[in-house]
Design a protein around this ligand. Structure first.
Ligand code: HAM
Length: 429
């Protein structure tokens, strides 16, 4: 018995109806990043497993239970990338891009893989656009990352629906001192905290701070606060970031519980969250990782970056009805040709029009067919106009030009005048 063909759970096809919105989104972000001087980098989707263990952290949810890891034919352990920062750091180191203190402002886009429980806004293959900046250690660049996302939210028409949450995790020394204090406090309240938090207390105690468990949350009210353990350097950095956001008029909320799920962060961490998507409300998140490059074998190199989840932002655009109408039309004109001679002439005419009218989206009928069936296809294509070429038109060297949407009569246009006509009424219209 044959099994029904189906995609893997949590891994979705992006169908032709959806791709215009994806391309609009990706194009908008790419244009914005060009405007800030960021350059695109493309890394492989598969890396050695060790890369992710060493960078994201052995005792994170991602490494412990979410990675797609397999052995290849050489016996190497490989993993489908669960995120982009690790591979970007690897590429920067491998190609010497950060040597001599060179500043790099990079961005990447593509699929990421995590074996999470699929639900709305959470998938096993999902897509990110990420940015990473190397060799800049001041709060000015942290601010730039936030300023440019703020501009993006405006371009997309979703600014009112997102909130910026900020925190500082301090240097690793400060965090170490805080970790000790937190462990001491939570150990004294062990019987009052949930099982998962008890486990995290041993492996990754800071993650207890973002527990969803109400009883543990109640215990945490009296726990030591990370802010009280911040070193001066981190405090000054954080103040510098806040001052810049204030100057730029970007509202934010300080969230002392924001610790992030990856281990490489230090100092600034931030998340853009929305309450319009239910449980999976974080649309963009990141922070500073000043120790990561050194930890991966490079020279001390400050780094900062973020990644946004494309699926979540697309869901948000749809939920807020911020999908521009213009993106749904993919064909401007549809050429119908009737008869063998007309079909041949139509082919060359269409190619000529493509040369002469840059940007024209012209679909030529394929598979012949009657008047009725070709007009049906023309209409279904979404085109604004049909071009009609039959024996009469061929003899007169004209094309019938028929509006498919709204008002207007069919008229004949000479082949020689066609390019000008289409340029004015279709491409600009
Ligand atoms: P992250 O918080 O793990 O950070 O992911 C960033 C964003 O990717 C999330 O805010 C969310 O929008 C999206 N995302 C994550 N998991 C899923 C999922 N299963 N389904 C759909 N969307 C998802 C990172 O990945 C870091 N590398 C960000 C970064 C870059 N930090 C510094 N540089």
């Amino acid at each position: 018995m044959s099994k029904t063909l189906q995609a893997i759970r949590g891994m979705n096809d992006i169908l032709p109806e959806q791709t215009p919105l994806w391309r609009y989104f990706e194009g908008t972000v790419a244009g914005l990043l060009d405007g800030y001087g960021y350059r695109q980098i493309r890394m492989p989707i598969v890396e050695f497993t060790d890369l992710f263990k060493r960078s994201i952290g052995e005792v994170t949810d991602i490494v412990e239970k979410e990675m797609y890891t397999f052995e290849d034919r050489n016996g190497d352990s490989l993993t489908l990338r669960p995120e982009g920062t690790a591979a970007c750091v690897r590429a920067v180191l491998e190609h010497g891009l950060s040597g001599g203190g060179q500043v790099q402002k990079l961005w990447y886009m593509g699929p990421m893989f995590r074996h999470e429980r699929p639900q709305k806004g959470r998938y096993r293959q999902f897509h990110q656009i990420g940015l990473e900046v190397f060799n800049l250690d001041g709060p000015d660049i942290d601010a730039e990352l936030i300023v440019l996302t703020w501009r993006l939210w405006k371009l997309l028409g979703i600014r009112d629906a997102v909130t910026l949450e900020l925190n500082s995790l301090g240097t690793s020394e400060a965090r170490g001192r805080y970790r000790e204090a937190l462990v001491e406090f939570l150990t004294a309240h062990l019987d009052q905290i949930d099982e998962d938090s008890q486990r995290r207390l041993k492996t990754n105690p800071l993650r207890v701070l973002d527990t969803k468990h109400p009883e543990t949350q109640a215990v945490l009210v009296n726990a030591p606060k990370l802010a009280d353990y911040l070193d001066d350097e981190s405090r000054v950095h954080f103040e510098g970031l806040k001052a810049r956001l204030d100057a730029a008029g970007i509202p934010y909320v300080i969230n002392p519980k924001l610790v992030r799920g990856l281990d490489y962060y230090s100092k600034t961490v931030f998340e853009w969250v929305t309450d319009k998507l239910g449980a999976q409300g974080t649309v963009c998140a990141g922070g500073r990782y000043d120790g990561l490059v050194e930890q991966m074998g490079g020279k001390p190199t400050p780094g900062v970056g973020f990644a946004m989840g494309i699926e979540r932002l697309i869901l948000l655009l749809e939920t807020l009805e911020q999908v521009p109408e213009s993106i749904s039309r993919q064909v401007d004109v549809y050429l119908c040709a009737f008869g063998e001679q007309a079909e041949l002439a139509g082919l060359t005419l269409a190619e000529r029009l493509r040369d002469e009218v840059p940007g024209l989206r012209l679909m030529v009928n394929a598979g012949a067919g009657s008047f009725k069936s070709q007009f049906k296809k023309a209409d279904k294509s979404g085109a604004l106009h049909a071009l009609i070429l039959g024996d009469d038109e061929l003899a007169q060297q004209v094309l019938g030009f028929k509006p498919l949407r709204g008002q207007g009569e069919q008229q004949n246009i000479a082949w020689s005048a066609l390019a000008d006509h289409l340029a004015t009424c279709v491409v600009q219209g």
